[in-house]
Write a protein that binds this ligand. Structure first.
Ligand SMILES: Cc1cc2nc3c(=O)[nH]c(=O)nc-3n(C[C@H](O)[C@H](O)[C@H](O)COP(=O)(O)OP(=O)(O)OC[C@H]3O[C@@H](n4cnc5c(N)ncnc54)[C@H](O)[C@@H]3O)c2cc1C
Length: 291
């Protein structure tokens, strides 16, 4: 591996300056659980690894009436150990709890998962269904990018030279809302999703009618996919097995899977249907008050 500098940046400006100075030859490091593996594997040639964890803004976790501010490098364990966060953003907690094992979760961040922009990332779909926005800092200040539009190709995101992710902002869900995420993997843990499905729903006060729903899919396209038509199809509909089945059928249409060593396209389409039904059912249970 080509020798490179390790810099623990102290503030936002220092990160931006380093990224501008080194361009493609610098990488941010949050938990390092992707970027160190990639650097070792020779995926890119580095002059500088910019550790961002000493920048206070990227370690934030603030939850209030307006919603959640999740710093870009806040590790997964802080997400799933926060009971209030679990009660409001259960789908994000589902993902944080299954990324790697306990050692990985003590370092890895949802922000790093998002920046890495893997189609199979577990953390991105739950952010999408919660309408999260990525707040990016760069030479011209900060700007917001909806998480739906953040991943542009496998391993590529919407940030430009000198920019880095500061935090995700996730609005507070309406009353009677619930969310859930599940993936299929061939073993119990430490594997990449063959398919992942995230769902968020808002019900009416009686818990009988779906006011709105969002469904996102992992590992069935070049980027995580928001299955918009599938989610929208449920708006104003009663909670029935038939309506859940129709939404699952539309989620299958939104998927564009390939055959690879992890599974065939047909198996993946089948799994999208199964997991969408399961996650809709789980998110509805949670919206009705179940843990
Ligand atoms: C053993 C093992 C198991 C794993 N299991 C899973 C799993 O089950 N599910 C899953 O989805 N992933 C898994 N991963 C991948 C990885 O752990 C996750 O993607 C994790 O969330 C990455 O977070 P991180 O903070 O470590 O990111 P890093 O490795 O620090 O960064 C990831 C990428 O994002 C860039 N980056 C990081 N932060 C910023 C920022 N603020 N601004 C701009 N760019 C930034 C980095 O330069 C790098 O390209 C696993 C990895 C390992 C080694």
């Amino acid at each position: 591996m080509h020798p490179f500098q390790y810099v623990a940046a102290k503030d936002v400006q220092e990160v931006v300056s380093l990224l501008e100075q080194y361009g493609d030859r610098a990488r941010c490091m949050a938990g390092g659980t992707d970027v160190i593996v990639q650097a070792r594997g020779g995926r890119f040639d580095l002059d500088a690894m910019v550790d961002i964890k000493a920048v206070p803004e990227v370690m934030e976790l603030t939850l209030n009436g307006a919603g959640l501010r999740l710093g870009a490098a806040t590790p997964c364990y802080r997400v799933y150990e926060d009971d209030k966060l679990r009660a409001t953003y259960a789908g994000i907690v589902d993902a944080a709890s299954i990324i790697g094992g306990i050692q990985i979760q003590s370092r890895a961040s949802i922000g790093g998962n998002l920046c890495n922009a893997s189609p199979s990332a577990d953390g991105i779909g739950p952010l999408m269904v919660h309408n999260a926005v990525a707040v990016v800092a760069g030479p011209k200040g900060t700007r917001e990018v909806p998480v739906d539009a953040f991943c542009v190709a496998p391993g590529k995101n919407a940030m430009t030279k000198g920019e880095f992710l500061l935090r995700m902002e996730v609005p507070a869900p309406a009353a009677h809302s619930g969310s859930a995420y599940q993936r299929f993997i061939p073993r119990n843990e430490m594997d990449i999703a063959v398919v992942g499905v995230a769902v968020a729903v808002t019900l009416d006060a009686k818990g009988e009618t779906i006011q709105s729903a969002r469904i996102a899919l992992a590992a069935v396209g070049p980027t995580p996919i928001l299955a918009k038509a599938a989610g929208d199809s449920l708006a104003g509909k009663p909670v029935t097995p038939e309506n859940i089945q129709s939404a699952a059928d539309l989620a299958i249409v939104a998927a564009s899977p390939i055959d690879d060593m992890r599974g065939t396209a047909d198996q993946r389409r089948h799994l999208v249907g199964v997991l969408t039904k399961r996650m809709l059912t789980k998110a509805i249970e949670r919206a009705r008050g179940a843990a």
